[in-house]
Design a protein around this ligand. Sequence first.
Ligand code: ADP
Ligand code: MG
Length: 279
Amino acid sequence: ATPTALMVGTGRSAKLGILIKNGEVLETVNQITTVVFDKTGTITEGTPKVTNVIGDEKEVLAIAAALESASEHPLAKAILKQQPNSDYVVENFKSIEGRGVEGEINGEKVFVGSPKLAKSNSFEAEMHQLQNEAKTVVTVGRNQQVIGLVAIQDMAKATAKTAINSLHRRGLKTAMLTGDNELVAQAIADQVGIDTVIANVLPKDKADQVKHLQTNEVVAFVGDGINDAPALATADVGIAMGSGTDVAIESGDIVLVKNDLLDVVKALELSKKTFNRIK
Ligand code: ADP
Ligand code: MG
């Protein structure tokens, strides 16, 4: 590869909002067999909204809002948009990565987060119903008991289905990786046509899932850097959404400035063209 040809190729793509940061991946792009997407903020808009509250709505939201006011998670933002303040004050706040948040209110242990945080859950039927509607359900609990649910919906991006479809037409496989529950993940994957769902993956395990896929596949990973920067770095080709975190943009080989999933397809096409020209 001559440096001049590389510059031309990457300069052209930059005008389209596709930054090829690492020219060495151009060759690898031709060999990609699977494109793996992070769910939240990549396949979905990343601006989730509360749609349902099950249980004593006032109490459930008051506890959830008090706890989430100390969290930066997109789900926390959704809950605080619905219920901006709370009469409760939380002590001993703790955030559990990929699971939720917990603390104490008036000396009682409280939590909000993944159904996995609760030992038992008397709202199982309601929970499954909501999850099948592609809604993420967080449980709100006090003294080890689930007292209610908050269902939160994060819509799939408008162009996701077309982008996935055109990857399939190019003979590529697709997968989605998420910390969310498998019913929700599958419901969203079905909406956009993704082949494979890998759910319930803790943030620290996302890179390992990519490594595992790499035993049989050449993997491109598309993410926004929230929880998934190590996966971006581990993949054969890391594609970062431009709206993502600084660490995503640092970890990615290719950056999609416009955050459009159709640019995943364009980036692959451009890389191929550029590589063929400089070969
Ligand atoms: P994703 O892989 O979709 O980006 P995360 O790994 O960040 O998801 O979170 C996985 C799950 O952990 C969420 O679906 C939710 O159940 C729970 N969770 C994590 N953080 C929070 C929080 N601050 N409030 C409520 N639930 C949370
Ligand atoms: Mg994420």
